[in-house]
Design a protein around this ligand. Structure first.
Ligand SMILES: *Cc1c(COP(=O)(O)O)cnc(C)c1O
Length: 358
């Protein structure tokens, strides 16, 4: 009835709605720090741009090429406009890459502990997943990944900064890795959190000009605060780009999504303010965790991953006190998104109380 690969999937478990959780736990207020959403909302320019939209156009299909958004991004990054592909969230781009590249029996290499959708969509295509442990400090282990390459390897996923560890590898390190990888292996660098890295030259977008087997992924869901609008994109060269374009759904970006993303992309001041606060608050989190003697990985993203005895107990305690954090990624570890300063202090206070009274 269904293809064999689909019978054995570990599906992605989406967030429960805040209303459901509040009802379930009898809470008046619940702050979600489990999905790495932007705690500071989105640019006020987004609402202004959407208000100007003509509702009378609701019956018309959107621009299949998302030309306005495409031009803005192409100009900012100095990338050929035809080397961009948009998706209904980055999720759809991840799905499309697997759909276009993988055949049953192909091998896919991914870090052992990373974003779960790479595995899900590779499995649907019947590919075999090889998972390579992170190093002791939680960094992607590129040397160990290289050792796993075989003639069957079609794809390597590098999430940078990595979700959920937050660890970041610089572009020079990724460049020398690309120089060692055979040209018929597609290397995908997911830069969903790249804006939170405290370095203007963190991205490998420019390396697409040198490597035809490199795909760089970006999303509007995190630093731009547009998770609800579902806009992500890939940057890569032809011929891969042409095959991706041929296989994608023609109207995957609504005009609403394109208008919102274009306005958000232009408001660079908003993103700068968000990133500045996140970086400051991330440092405070690191100080707090150090003081509490809780091990954590060095994060360059808008979340931090830490180890604590009785992680599920702490998760539950925070939830009952109005804060949802992410458990279940690795036994004994929790991932918390960096929130507003007042929420970070409140969670730290709750944690300190929990850890001393246990
Ligand atoms: C959030 C996230 C995505 C998905 O982003 P959407 O554009 O919202 O689909 C992709 N990759 C990583 C690593 C993420 O954390």
């Amino acid at each position: 009835m269904v293809k064999e690969s689909v019978k054995h999937l570990n599906p992605y478990i989406p967030e429960q709605t805040l209303d459901d959780l509040k009802a379930q736990y009898g809470l008046k207020r619940l702050i979600r720090l489990s999905a790495n959403e932007n705690a500071f909302g989105t640019s006020s320019e987004v609402a202004k741009a959407l208000e100007k939209w003509h509702f009378a156009d609701a019956n018309l299909y959107p621009d299949s090429n998302a030309e306005k958004l495409r031009q803005s991004i192409s100009v900012r990054f100095g990338i050929d406009a035809t080397h961009l592909l948009f998706g209904n969230g980055l999720d759809e781009v991840i799905e499309l890459l697997c759909r276009v590249i993988l055949e049953p029996g192909d091998e896919v290499i991914e870090p052992d502990l990373t974003f779960s959708e790479y595995q899900l969509h590779s499995q649907i295509e019947g590919a075999k997943i090889k998972r390579v442990s992170l190093d002791d400090a939680g960094y992607l282990n590129l040397a160990a990944i290289k050792k796993q390459l075989t003639h069957q390897t079609k794809m390597i996923w590098l999430c940078n900064p990595n979700n959920p560890t937050g660890t970041f590898l610089g572009p020079k390190t990724i460049q020398s890795f690309l120089e060692d990888v055979p040209k018929d292996v597609t290397v995908i660098v997911d830069e969903a959190y790249i804006d939170f890295v405290d370095d203007r030259h963190a991205s490998v977008i420019q390396l697409t000009k040198q490597f035809d087997n490199l795909v760089v992924l970006r999303t509007f869901s995190k630093a731009y605060g547009l998770a609800n609008f579902r806009v992500g994109y890939a940057i890569c060269n032809p011929p891969l780009m042409n095959y991706l374009q041929a296989a994608r759904l023609p109207y995957n970006l609504s005009t609403f999504a394109e208008v919102a993303a274009t306005a958000a992309f232009q408001d660079t001041e908003f993103v700068k303010r968000v990133v500045k606060t996140v970086v400051e608050e991330r440092t405070k989190w690191q100080h707090f965790l150090t003081k509490q003697k809780l091990p954590f990985y060095e994060s360059a993203a808008n979340f931090i991953f830490f180890k604590v005895d009785n992680a599920d107990g702490l998760h539950d305690y925070l939830l009952r006190n109005g804060y949802l954090v992410r458990n279940g990624l690795k036994a004994g570890w929790l991932r918390i998104s960096i929130g507003k300063p007042e929420d970070n202090s409140a969670v730290q206070k709750l944690m300190a109380d929990y850890l001393t009274t246990r």
